[in-house]
Design a protein around this ligand. Structure first.
Ligand SMILES: [Mg+2]
Length: 240
């Protein structure tokens, strides 16, 4: 039984994913790199150290990585006052605390941004600890942030709450289960969506010969699908 709730911040408690995507888009443009925003959007949730090489190449990372991250800061910060918390974010933290969990915020963002968002959510009196990308060598989807978050409280086991596949992957690598929030539906389309399609597939009709390449069909029925199933991913199963 988990005793510590590890919350992602951006896209989970505060509505920042589109501002992040636009800031990265503009940062890459400064270096004449044009990327589809949908691709950038899907990578939001990684830290900048992971996002740049993931979206481009090791060569771009080596030549421009630090400059791109500086550019991102310059592009994002003018938009930070537009950011609002999601409805119910504060109340969710209050309820999780009331149920006896320790609350740790584990963000891939910069520490000053995490502090700003803590105030937006009015979470300083609720969070037992928080971490940012400044606290670790490698941000999500590396497990470091999740592990560091757990080390900051005396609890023995955690559960991750996040909006992106990178939260689930980081948590899985730290052997922590994930509860996915669907604020941008990435986990619905990218992860849980595939599970849903698999689960609702009907068993083959007896009068039809089975398709040669449908290894997931046997045993996967509509009865296995429920909203609760789709909101939960577990360690090892959260990959995009
Ligand atoms: Mg997030």
């Amino acid at each position: 039984m988990a005793d510590t709730a590890i919350f992602d911040v951006d896209g989970t408690l505060v509505d920042t994913n589109y501002q992040h995507a636009l800031a990265w888009y503009r940062s890459f443009l400064r270096f004449d790199i044009v990327l589809p925003i949908w691709r950038i959007h899907r990578s939001i949730g990684m830290g900048g150290d992971q996002l740049v090489p993931s979206l481009t190449s090791d060569d771009v990372e080596n030549r421009h990585g630090d400059a791109l991250r500086e550019a991102w800061t310059e592009e994002f910060e003018p938009m930070i006052d537009e950011v609002h918390p999601f409805d119910g974010a504060h109340d969710l933290l209050v309820e999780v605390k009331r149920r006896g969990f320790q609350v740790v915020l584990a963000s891939s963002g910069k520490s000053e941004h995490v502090e700003h968002f803590l105030d937006l959510v009015d979470a300083r009196g609720l969070a037992d600890a928080w971490t940012s990308s400044d606290d670790v060598e490698a941000s999500k989807p590396a497990p470091d942030l999740v592990q560091t978050a757990l080390e900051r409280v005396p609890g023995s086991s955690g559960v991750m709450i996040g909006d992106s596949p990178w939260d689930a992957i980081a948590a899985a690598r730290a052997e922590v289960p994930t509860i996915a929030v669907r604020t941008r539906r990435l986990l619905t389309r990218g992860t849980a969506g595939r599970r849903r399609r698999a689960r609702v597939r009907q068993p083959p009709r007896p009068d039809r010969r089975p398709r040669r390449h449908s290894p997931r069909a046997p045993g996967l029925t509509a009865a296995a699908a429920s909203p609760a199933d789709l909101r939960h991913t577990h360690a090892g199963g959260g990959h995009a």
